[in-house]
Ligand binder design. Structure first.
Ligand code: ZN
Length: 494
């Protein structure tokens, strides 16, 4: 099996983490956990983009030194990973990691055939950290950042010959060699390429960059454009600069996927592959592009609008697994989604308190009352054939969904199994006095086995809950017994 590399984007640390980034981290986490469960060797990378100009500006506003400011915010991103059980095995910081600085400079040198200097004038949006053409403006402002003045820039910069890669990129993407999911996002990219790729500036004067960022090799007065340095983090973490074994294993020979938000698809599906082609480095296999989480009215969340939701506040109020569940099930994997406390609490009550929590409580209570049950899953006489067929079908279906990055669909399948189990309890009434003891143990054995399998399937989505279930429900392949599983998800009354 190929080694498996997966990354989130590295967010700017000009502010605290928001729920959109939590969603991305959760997506990468589920895919990582799933691939590990298949036996793949997984390298799950995340980190922070410290070198953006907007970090410098936010630091200035707060009255702190830039390094202190980014250190402080980066800590919150590390904390986010830990508190939400994100299973990343690396965290890279572009202002701190020597492997990153060396790698960015090595990549620059490797691209030197496509790098040239020219005098440039343009309008720069610090919000986007990119230049804007007249076409991209709305009432003289950046479309994504209305009201934020654009910087008029006139200086001599280094440029990257993106135009050299137009045909090559188009054929790689159209053929699916570089896969962009979903199709809608792939089409946006192919249309963008067909409009004609223009060379882009990849450095700025040290003065404009406020001397913050990575120096262009051999050019004292130029700092790398933040995206050029940031994108290289993916290979730098693997030891590109030092020819590390991980670079060989995970990048050269592995299966590689980037998970990114829709606003930075172009950077990952056009600029980054072009840089890699220029440097003669393998391309990622897949770019998975997720949408944005908006408020219940479909409005973008922001602190100024007052509809902003802090992931740590959610965590403190509801605990990590309910939040993991909600964003994995309802999050903006393929298109934008909405979030509100009301929506969250409704889902919590229906899917977790009544769904999973209630099923686990029912089954475990009945088994506790009965006492240990002999249940050998390889012994045909123990098995309810129909139930097992449904169980197997669900597990296969989930695996298929997860291989194709369909996280919500996989959860849907699993909850279909919970509904099946609930109906099984209702229809067969294992508590009924009319049943023989043999029949009762047959029913409870199958239900116990099913709950055990559900807990194992939950490992990739809500690992803490999955372990909690197995703390009470024991199955060694031959015998099942259980203590009552109470209050996995106490109902929220609002
Ligand atoms: Zn902008």
């Amino acid at each position: 099996m190929k080694a498996f590399f997966i990354s989130t984007s590295i967010p700017y640390v000009n502010a605290e983490p928001h729920i959109g980034f939590l969603l991305e981290a959760l997506e990468a986490d589920v895919i990582s956990r799933f691939r590990r469960s298949l036996g793949s060797e997984v390298y799950f990378l995340t980190g922070t983009d410290d070198n953006a100009l907007k970090n410098v500006q936010s630091a200035e506003k707060s009255g702190m030194k830039t390094q202190e400011f980014v250190d402080l915010n980066a800590k919150k991103f590390i904390e986010l990973m830990e508190k939400f059980d994100i299973s990343n095995n690396d965290f890279i910081r572009t202002s701190k990691d020597e492997r990153h600085k060396l790698g960015a400079q090595k990549l620059w040198n490797a691209c030197s055939a496509d790098i040239y200097k020219k005098k440039y004038e343009g309008l720069y949006c610090v919000g986007c950290e990119s230049f804007k053409t007249q076409k991209e403006l709305k009432d003289d402002f950046c479309e994504l950042h209305p009201g934020k003045p654009l910087q008029k820039v006139s200086e001599e910069n280094y440029f990257f010959k993106l135009s050299n890669y137009q045909e090559k990129l188009l054929s790689l993407i159209e053929s699916g060699k570089l896969r962009i999911i979903p199709d809608e996002k792939k089409n946006e990219i192919t249309q963008f390429i067909k409009m004609g790729l223009e060379d882009f500036s990849i450095s700025r004067s040290s003065i404009r960059a406020k001397n913050w960022g990575i120096k262009v090799p051999g050019s004292e007065d130029q700092i790398m454009y933040v995206w050029f340095d940031a994108l290289s983090n993916y290979i730098n973490a693997l030891g590109y600069a030092s020819d590390d074994l991980n670079f060989e294993r995970f990048w050269k020979n592995g299966y590689k996927i980037h998970i990114v938000g829709k606003d930075i698809n172009r950077f990952h599906s056009v600029y980054w592959p072009a840089m890699l082609l220029s440097a003669g480095i393998e391309l990622p296999d897949t770019v998975f592009v997720h949408g944005f989480i908006n408020d219940e009215n479909g409005q973008k969340m922001s602190k100024t609008l007052g509809n902003y939701v802090n992931p740590f506040d959610l965590l403190n109020k509801y605990g990590k697994d309910p939040i993991r569940y909600f964003f994995l099930k309802e999050g903006a994997h393929y298109s934008d989604s909405n979030f509100s406390i009301k929506l969250f609490e409704e889902k919590y009550n229906s899917d977790l308190a009544n769904g999973l929590g209630n099923f686990a409580a029912r089954v475990s209570t009945l088994i506790e009352k009965n006492g240990q049950i002999a249940f050998d899953k390889f012994n045909q006489k123990n098995l309810d054939i129909e139930l097992h067929a449904f169980l197997d079908k669900t597990i296969l279906e989930m695996a298929d969904y997860l291989l194709n990055f369909k996280i919500a669909e996989a959860i849907n399948s699993l909850w279909g199994l919970i509904s099946y189990g609930d109906a099984y309890v209702n229809n067969n009434k294992p508590w009924s006095k009319d049943l023989t003891q043999e029949r009762r143990e047959f029913l409870l054995g199958n239900l116990g086995f099913m709950l055990y399998e559900i807990s194992r399937a939950l490992d990739v989505f809500i690992p803490e809950t999955a372990s909690k279930i197995r703390d009470s429900l024991k199955f060694d392949g031959k015998n099942i017994f259980s203590k009552k599983i109470e209050n996995l998800f106490p109902k929220i009354n609002s």
